[in-house]
Design a binder for this molecule. Sequence first.
Ligand SMILES: Nc1ncnc2c1ncn2[C@@H]1O[C@H](COP(=O)(O)OP(=O)(O)O)[C@@H](O)[C@H]1O
Ligand SMILES: [Mg+2]
Length: 290
Amino acid sequence: MSGAFDDLTVPTLTEQLGEQGYIADRGLATTLLLALKLGKPLLLEGEVGVGKTELARTLAEMLGRDLIRLQCYEGIDTHHALYEWDYARQMLHVRSLSQAELASSDEDLFSERFLVERPLLQAVRAGEQCVLLIDEVDRADDEFEAFLLELLSEFQVTIPEMGTVKASTRPIVILTSNRTRELHDALKRRCLYTWIGFPPHERVVAIVRSRIPDVSTALADQVVSAVNRLREMELEKLPGVAETIDWTTSLEALGAQSLTEEIALDTLGAVVKDRDDLEFTTKSISDVVA
Ligand SMILES: Nc1ncnc2c1ncn2[C@@H]1O[C@H](COP(=O)(O)OP(=O)(O)O)[C@@H](O)[C@H]1O
Ligand SMILES: [Mg+2]
């Protein structure tokens, strides 16, 4: 469709992501490849810290494209996401006009010079193809999700005072969700979808080693095993990939060669981030570091 990704294959895409430090499994690389080839938005769902945001960042870097990021949150609306009128400048302008000029100037106040672009408008109007990351869309409310549909299907947005703006170059759109709530079918229908689970042992070791090149495989392996044991305990907050990386970084910083009970206790705060969990894991440290 777009043509630019015609020659790209799953192995080359995986390799290119790998060169940027991102380890993708076959399923993820395949869905991403299809999203690129078909020019469709990609919806990534999965628990916190499995590399959803990082994939968008890495992709932009890899392709040499700008990353435009919209972080969603409860209550986000079009003024944060799409555009805003520069009220202060409009006021100054109005004050500078005479009565007669003022009478004929309402249209001017809603023109380009008073328009403030927010991420979605920026992405649609970008001269070159960019990567648009709509991050943590599950935090936004239903209304905002519905508003996104026009963008996701037509690659266009509507500004009431100015009309419809259509992208001349379709942005590469990546949406992420931590699945704190179910997204609507209408949104999913417009996207390719993939679920990113917590990766298997070997892949987490590979991720840790790609992020911390100096770490020994033995230490990385030990830390990942310990994290896997933590993930089997009944904790409030399960440690993810980010915590695994943080823990290993802490151990490295302290010059630890291996994960002993003693050093694990000293550094537990890098991986267990809940008071009750910390109390529980401190008591059962011998089960964590086997
Ligand atoms: N597959 C992966 N390859 C490389 N780094 C990863 C991978 N998955 C997670 N990470 C690292 O884990 C951390 C959390 O990733 P992030 O993208 O912020 O998670 P999410 O957006 O899914 O919550 C980042 O430091 C990222 O570099
Ligand atoms: Mg994220």
